[in-house]
Design a protein around this ligand. Sequence first.
Ligand SMILES: *Cc1c(COP(=O)(O)O)cnc(C)c1O
Length: 355
Amino acid sequence: MSRPTFAQIDFDVLSSNLRVVRDLCPKSKVMAVVKADAYGHGAVLACKALSDADAFAVASIDEALLLRNADCTHPICILSGFGDREELELLAQYSLTPVIHSSTQLEVLSHVNLTRRIDVWVKIDSGMHRLGFPGESLPTVLQQLRAHPAIGAIRLISHLANAEDTSDHYTTAQLNAFRQSCAGHNCELSLANSAGLVAWPETHMDWVRPGIMLYGVSSLPERNAAELGLRPAMTFRSAVIAVKQLKQGDRIGYGGSWTCPEAMSVAVIACGYGDGYPRHAVSGTPVLICGRRAPVVGRISMDLLSVDLRRHQDVTVGTPAVLWGAGLPVEEVARWVGTNAYQLLCSVTARVPRI
Ligand SMILES: *Cc1c(COP(=O)(O)O)cnc(C)c1O
């Protein structure tokens, strides 16, 4: 018998979430972020569902080539750019658009004669202090790039560190720093991730870069996805493969970390950390059975987890279960687990079919 565990990806939902983005920033172009296999959804099919986007963004050349080889003809931005000469030549060959964020990359660029022109994004560090040039060095960087025969359009990009927190003035400081660095250079600009897009309209500029919201997740703690018109694109599904009648005092699973307080029934579901369900999910974390929440009990195993059926009747072998998605937002599970929705979505493993 094959395992009943799969991730259902709803492509109409992806395109409807993209329309929510368009409605929020009708004047901006949209770079749909599909790195990490489209946040675990499957990048090739996600790009088909999101074909109305103006461009895609991935983390690495490998991720971009996967899309090109699947006949994706959109502009594709590589958020971490290129490492060496070979990568640079490859990205010119495949018309990919790198982010240039370091003097090491400028150095590589200055020693290569590219046969094709490439467009580039220049990254400015406006306060995230991860990748990017300090704002003051932008004039020199631009001078160098404009003198290079193979560089086409130059656009400017920066990234927000805490746009999720709508009361943090740091976002305004980053916005002002970015604006100030870019003033007078006459380039297209991009600053907003999903949280910027939803909560900080001034960050919209020429290009927005939504990731998590396309997959139906709210990045703002005070506004849920449904309120924003977003729906979850992934529903992580499995089923009950055993129902156990246990006695008071029986211990459940590895380490016996949970003990039955009374005689009760427990369902065993065919999903575990080998599928990407988080091993550190505590007892109490909700799983949806027959549309109602049932709490996890005991430790998560590699292939299995157990849930408390005391408030559920009519659960039998074969009853479907939802780990997250439709009816149980991944944000809610993430709160129980002490992580964020991004990590849970990206963690669904390769053995789980995307359907
Ligand atoms: C991942 C990423 C995004 C998308 O962020 P979300 O919070 O998922 O919207 C945008 N820009 C950059 C540079 C990123 O790395």
